[in-house]
Ligand binder design. Structure first.
Ligand code: NA7
Length: 550
């Protein structure tokens, strides 16, 4: 039950126990837990007009999940887990969106979700021990105001689109799009001269599909990337039967692996084999396709020499696939160890460069200088005439969506100020100085290094248990102790430094894709299963590291 009571400011605020920002997997499951398990009043505030989060916004050509479908789902509810059958090995965006809507329907979640509602400010009110939250409506006008004891951000890690500040963009006479803000009715590329900037996971998915209809597609590559064939295909009746008969075991496997996927990492070193044996392992993994390639040896992410064996194999595959020698050279001229940036998987990405209507331009040696009314120019003065520009340029990852909310905690401390030198959280779940705020898959948690639904379920359940425990004990305020947060940040850094991950100096894991963003390795690289044990231990010790007050 919510009540409208006069608040300090002009309009009355809707008062609820909890506010959740975002209606993706996290927000929907959090709402279900708080409303249906704990009996709390709650609202979800969602900018989009529908549920789905990432999958609501990312509708670009070829958008598909890189986690295998049988592991890309919520597993907390037996009926939900068993009620959905995926059609393909890697689900496409429309199918995932249907699944998200299925979750909303099944748990009757929409009645507590305010769509078309963007949070513009959230302030901790110390006198009332609660958050006050302001929103804007779809037209940008002042929206409903809210007040709540608990504030939970479920905003995703990759939801703040990064459109590079290239001079002249406003002068472009054609159309331009960011992949993460794609028009719902699609884009017609037929016969058009399309320029795509960016060759990350998104760009690599989009290229082959855009190439099918574009008059000409020019791909502007700044950093060459590894990619492994997805080998996507419809699920066979045998595999569907395997899933139906093994759900508990698949769930257990996902919860026991460092990355939350439904495959184990082979417990062997790349050095334990002869070159021929290793080649056979890589060749089999290449044929099988997908992120399992990374799981062929346990030391690929911790031992540079081991990593080199995989990197050499993958670069060779690129050169074998791409016919034009100069294009093959540029695509395989990769400057970081394998999987130190998020490894993409693809459906005929490298093959697309063999089409007569696709060309590659290296913007590492000759960067984009400006957008012009008719296309773009490079530093050398080279001009590219374009009708459409596709920005597959990624996101202000992990911190961007949180900082955009405009959160002010205790004593007027803003989150921007608290994170001036980079994000500081305790367990990726809470921030010192920000009482009763929980950040689902926040920086400092495994999040993007893990199959996301597994990370999300763990966070939402931990937060729910914590709130339940605080309510039971009559605690009105809880926040991480500053020392606990400092200790966790040090642990997150140490976990990253124990791997090769920081060697990709331009990775968004480090914030390096956004000019001026502090360079801090943001996700927790210690593994999801280990992280789960740490969180359980903190809870078992009475929420050790948190400061509470009645
Ligand atoms: P990514 O992985 O951040 O990729 C963005 C791409 O855009 C990458 O190739 C960037 O090059 C490139 N980029 C960004 N800005 C520019 C400019 N100014 N000029 C040229 N090229 C640029 O984002 P994605 O959307 O592909 O993937 C995000 C995640 O979504 C993915 O990892 C999965 O988890 C799902 P760079 O490498 O920075 O040199």
């Amino acid at each position: 039950m919510s009540t409208a009571v006069p608040d300090r400011a002009e309009s009355p605020a809707t008062v609820v126990d909890a506010l959740i920002i975002g209606a993706g997997f996290s927000g929907m499951y959090q709402l279900h837990c708080l409303r249906d398990r704990l009996g709390m009043s709650a609202r979800v505030l969602e900018q989009g007009d529908g549920v789905g989060g990432t999958w609501y916004w990312n509708r670009y050509p070829g958008a598909r999940c890189d986690s295998e479908s049988h592991s890309y789902c919520l597993t907390f509810d037996k009926d939900l887990y068993e009620s959905w059958e995926w059609s393909e090995r890697y689900p496409e965006q429309p199918e995932i969106l249907r699944y998200m809507n299925h979750i909303a329907d099944r748990f009757d979640l929409r009645r507590e979700i305010r769509f078309g509602t963007r949070v513009t400010a959230a302030r901790w009110d110390a006198r009332a021990d609660r958050w006050t939250v302001e929103t804007a409506d779809a037209e940008g006008g002042a929206g409903e105001r809210f007040a709540a004891t608990w504030l939970i951000t479920a905003v995703g890690c990759l939801s703040s689109a990064n459109v590079p500040k290239l001079p002249g963009l406003e002068s472009f006479a054609g159309d331009w799009y960011h992949t993460g803000q794609w028009p719902h009715d699609g884009v017609d590329f037929s016969g058009k001269r399309v320029g795509q900037i960016g060759t990350g996971s998104t760009g690599i998915q989009a290229v082959p599909v855009i190439a099918e209809t574009a008059g000409h597609l020019t791909v502007f590559q700044r950093t060459a990337n590894y990619s492994i064939p997805a080998r996507n295909a419809p699920l066979t009746p045998e595999f569907k039967r395997y899933i139906r008969e093994n759900r508990p075991a698949i769930r257990e496997l996902m919860q026991s692996t460092p990355n939350g996927h439904a495959f184990a990492i082979a417990d062997r070193s790349a050095h334990d084999m002869t070159p021929d044996e290793r080649e056979a392992v890589y060749a089999a993994a290449w044929e099988k396709g997908g992120l399992q390639f990374r799981a062929t040896f346990r030391d690929l992410l911790v031992d540079k020499a081991a990593n080199d064996t995989a990197a050499d194999f993958l670069k060779r595959k690129i050169r074998e696939t791409v016919k034009d020698p100069e294009t093959a050279r540029l695509l395989s001229d990769i400057d970081h160890p394998f999987a130190t940036k998020r490894p993409p998987i693809d459906s005929h990405y490298f093959e697309a460069f063999n089409r007569p209507n696709v060309s590659l331009v290296d913007v590492r040696s000759d960067p984009i200088e400006r957008i012009t009314p008719t296309g773009l120019t490079l530093r050398s003065g080279a001009e590219h005439a374009l009708d459409v520009i596709v920005f597959a340029t990624g996101f202000d990852a992990m911190t961007g969506p949180l900082l955009n909310i405009g959160i002010t905690g205790r004593d007027g401390l803003t989150l921007k100020e608290a994170w001036r030198e980079g994000p500081k959280t305790y367990l990726g779940l809470g921030v010192a100085g920000f009482p009763n705020l929980f950040t689902v898959t926040g920086p400092g948690s495994p999040s993007v290094l893990c199959n996301m639904p597994v990370a999300i379920e763990q966070h939402v359940e931990w937060i729910t248990d914590c709130i339940a425990a605080m309510r039971e004990k009559g605690v009105s305020r809880i926040e991480p102790a500053a020392e606990a947060a400092e200790g966790w940040v040090a642990h997150v850094n140490a976990a990253a430094d124990a791997t090769l991950l920081p060697m990709a100096g331009h990775s968004w894991y480090l914030g390096a894709n956004i000019p001026g963003k502090p360079r801090v390795f943001m996700p927790y690289a210690g593994g999801m299963a280990h992280y789960r044990r740490i969180c359980d231990d903190v809870a078992a010790k009475g929420y050790e590291g948190f400061v509470r007050s009645a």
